[in-house]
Ligand binder design. Structure first.
Ligand SMILES: Cc1ncc(COP(=O)(O)O)c(C=O)c1O
Length: 460
């Protein structure tokens, strides 16, 4: 017997998992078959740069520190404090934990935030999803402006946000193009959509790998502010700075005179991914076109409570604990971040430089995106791929797994609805984060061998 529904509702489309989740399964299946694929697909942190056990110790050590300094009034006994923090509490989490995060993050990034606008979420994935849900609650049709291509994790929750329509904004080698954004905002307005927010990953965008320059940030901010559109700044890679000695632009939240930036920080790429530590900072209110006020912060907290109720205090305390040195002094997260950045810098250089050298002789066939200054990924465009090889990027990716045991990500799944038909069919994404330098070198060799065969050419 089937379930209660006689037929699917009109317009029903099965939900799709993102390409990155799918490829994680493919890798597992390949290993189960006894094969040893090199994965250049998953933009995952490398286990070599985090220490699971140490994280737990840091959590305990930090809670002991909190007990010693009397962070929670009336509880100085460290055992009692652990018991207290691990219990049910408000969904915004304990004030003391919020204050600790805030002090550290503000100091690290020279940004001003407010504890009364801050909510821990289950990764930035949940933050994005919660914000999209707000428009269902409001019951208004809205437009969200995303780079084209964009992070697949913003496209997946869009499947559940019926009131939200993505508008694809073109990117160039410097990221989202301001005049395209302006045009899309005007198109959305004309077609009756309230403009909700612009989704940006200013540091180490996924999949483009681009870090927006200060100039580009300012230009996009100007378009947003002039049109009264919010920005959602998704920042999982802000602590990863792969260029030594280079000055990095400020967080968009740190330059926000109009109070239009919603900031989502995720610790997944700089901490331990399954701890699900992330913090969302939103305005207390949205002012609606009809003059009404939507109490955004309270609504997001209520939606979080309906899904997750509380957060793990140990996870949050472990992240805060990373901001202290062995002597127990506050040093912020940069000392840890610099070590991790050095590791990823080396990985990036192995993969990017290896491919750049091998593909340099054929700029008409192979076009790498700019060398990333942050984040875990970059892309390769292969104009005329289908004509030259008889395969599109999905078929090429399958073939590369089968014949050359190397996994890459075809990019069609990163393009929002509204992007030109066929977008991504000649592009693949590489991640350099999760493999070892040795595996990355092997990956380059396997990929280059595969491309030589597919194109019937010799590569350097
Ligand atoms: C741009 C971007 N945002 C958000 C996430 C999701 O991270 P999490 O939900 O672990 O915070 C990722 C992970 O790959 C990402 O690349």
């Amino acid at each position: 017997m089937s379930g209660g529904l006689v037929s699917a509702p009109k317009g029903f489309a099965p939900s799709a998992v993102s390409i990155t989740r799918y490829l994680a399964q493919v890798e597992q299946q390949q290993r189960a078959l006894g094969r040893s694929p090199v994965s250049l697909a998953g933009g995952k942190p490398n286990p070599a740069v985090y220490d699971r056990d140490e994280y737990n110790q840091l959590a305990f050590a930090h809670i002991e520190r909190m007990a010693a300094r009397g962070s929670v009034a009336g509880i100085q006994n460290r055992f009692q404090l652990k018991q207290y923090l691990s219990n049910y509490t408000g969904s915004e989490c304990h004030q003391a934990i919020r204050d600790d995060f805030l002090a550290g993050y503000q100091n690290d990034f020279n940004v001003q935030m407010s504890a009364g606008r801050l909510l821990p979420t289950n990764g930035n994935t949940q933050a994005i999803s919660l914000l999209l849900q707000m428009y269902n609650k409001l019951g208004i049709a809205v437009s969200v402006f995303t780079p084209s291509p964009t992070y697949a994790g913003v496209l997946s929750p869009l499947q559940y946000a019926k009131n939200v329509r993505p508008f694809a904004v073109n990117i160039d080698e410097n990221g989202m193009v301001p005049h395209d954004l302006e045009e899309q905002i005007q198109t959305a307005k004309k077609t009756g959509f309230h403009s909700a927010f612009i989704y940006l990953v200013p540091d180490g965008d996924n999949p483009s790998g681009i870090t927006l320059s200060q100039e580009r940030r300012d230009a996009l901010y100007e378009v947003a502010a002039r049109n009264g559109v919010f920005i959602l700044e998704d920042t999982p890679y802000g602590y990863l700075r792969l260029e030594e000695g280079e000055e990095y632009p400020a967080l968009m939240a740190a330059n926000d005179p109009e109070n239009i930036v919603m900031h989502a920080f995720s610790a997944s790429k700089i901490g331990v991914p399954d701890e699900r530590v992330a913090w969302l900072h939103v305005p207390n209110e949205w002012k609606l076109a009809n003059g009404q006020v939507f109490p955004l912060y309270n609504e997001v907290v209520a939606a979080f409570a309906a899904q997750s109720l509380i957060h793990s205090a140990m996870s949050l305390a472990g992240f805060n604990g990373q901001m202290y040195n062995d002597a127990g002094e506050f040093v912020g997260l940069w000392p840890q971040a610099r070590k991790r950045s050095a590791f990823y810098r080396n990985n990036r250089d192995v993969l990017f430089d290896g491919l750049q050298t091998a593909l340099a002789g054929h700029p008409d066939l192979f076009q790498l995106s700019p060398k990333p200054k942050s984040g875990f990924v970059f892309c390769l465009k292969m104009p005329g791929l289908q004509k030259r090889t008889g395969m599109d990027a999905v078929e090429l990716a399958r073939w590369l797994i089968e014949k050359y045991e190397v996994i890459v990500t075809p990019m069609a799944g990163f393009y929002p609805e509204g992007a030109p038909v066929g977008s991504g069919s000649d592009e693949i994404r590489f991640a350099y984060s999760a493999a070892s330098p040795e595996e990355l070198r092997q990956g380059v060799d396997r990929l280059v061998s595969g491309l030589q065969t597919a194109y019937s050419i010799n590569l350097g």
